[in-house]
Write a protein that binds this ligand. Structure first.
Ligand code: C2E
Ligand code: MG
Ligand code: MG
Ligand code: MG
Length: 286
């Protein structure tokens, strides 16, 4: 576990939290876990919402809900730091259920403010660990029932690691989720180790192309080649595509030229507090 933590820490560039064998940082980690548990219990996490833009029309077609933790003393802690802590401690089950409920509740609240159901969906990240440890189908059902949101307006984002751990189990769960009319997106596509066989066999509706391929496209031909290949694969398999990490207009032109469907990134908007996300939606062409 320490090794996994180290690897994750290196990847995310936050090694200070996870030095293996270092008792001080082990204590820090433990305290972060304790504080995260408390934050979840006391409802001190919140969600930020980043718009998803349909490139052919410029319309906002949905939002991705992203967890935020504003620690009373330490300030904002990134999900890149606290999601791994949540996964290793099992707190991800409570956090994941909270995220599903809070995201669908927010969409229902926006509908009420608009006076009618808005033509947008909500995307929620579900961790591989949650797929292993929780009944994700019942968690989704509960969130939909409580909020009154139709399944077709919820999108689940999962990572390739979900498939690697238990391909048959995940296939069953994803089919059940699909049965609720919920859309399924493969997040950070291209960064994991899933085989193309599973991609074909699983009910995946959307490939989300990782920012690490999208961001360098303007100055790196290999990235363009990779994105083009992913778009071709998605199209051949009948899947839609979302590019993440779009920070410039030039990049949007490139993605439109290559036939990408949806984009998400700082060029359009950063992840926004609920009120600002709602205002952003209202300010854009319908
Ligand atoms: P992700 O699901 O791939 O989410 C996209 C991340 O890219 C977000 O980081 C978002 O703020 C960032 N991003 C979007 N557009 C741009 C851009 O143009 N430039 C740059 N530099 N970054 C951009 P964030 O919010 O820090 O979240 C990081 C990761 O933490 C997420 O990656 C996701 O894997 C995880 N995460 C966040 N919230 C949750 C949650 O509720 N549940 C679970 N299981 N994981 C979550
Ligand atoms: Mg995501
Ligand atoms: Mg992603
Ligand atoms: Mg990503």
């Amino acid at each position: 576990n320490a090794q996994i933590a180290m690897k994750r820490a290196k990847q995310s560039g936050h090694a200070e939290l996870y030095q293996a064998g270092d008792s001080v940082t082990a204590r820090q980690r433990f305290s972060l876990e304790t504080e995260l548990r408390r934050a979840i219990e006391r409802d001190q996490l919140h969600l930020a919402f980043q718009p998803l833009i349909e490139l052919s029309t410029g319309r906002v077609i949905g939002f991705e809900a992203l967890a935020r933790w504003d620690h009373p003393e330490k300030g904002a802690i990134s999900p890149v730091d606290f999601i791994p802590v949540a996964e290793e401690s099992g707190l991800i089950v409570a956090l994941g259920r909270w995220a599903l409920r809070a995201a669908t509740r927010t969409l229902a609240e926006w509908d009420r403010r608009a006076g009618a159901p808005l033509p947008v969906h909500m995307a929620v990240n579900v961790s591989a660990v949650q797929f292993q440890r929780d009944d994700v189908v019942s968690a989704i059902k509960a969130a939909l029932t409580e909020s009154g949101i139709a399944g077709s307006r919820l999108k689940i984002e999962l990572t390739e690691s979900c498939i690697v751990t238990d391909p048959d189990g995940i296939a069953r769960v994803l089919r059940a989720i699909h049965g609720l009319d919920v859309t399924i997106a493969m997040d950070d596509f291209g960064t994991g180790y899933s085989s193309l066989t599973y991609l074909q066999r699983l009910p995946i509706d959307v490939l989300k192309i990782d920012r690490s391929f999208v961001a360098p496209m303007l100055h790196d031909r290999d990235s363009v080649a990779i994105v083009r290949a992913i778009l071709g694969l998605a199209s051949a398999l009948g899947m839609a595509t979302t590019a993440e990490g779009v920070e410039s207009e030039a990049l949007i032109e490139t993605l439109i030229g290559l036939g990408c469907d949806i984009a998400q990134g700082y060029y359009f908007a950063r992840p926004l507090p609920s009120d600002e996300a709602f205002a952003y939606l209202r300010s854009r062409p319908a």
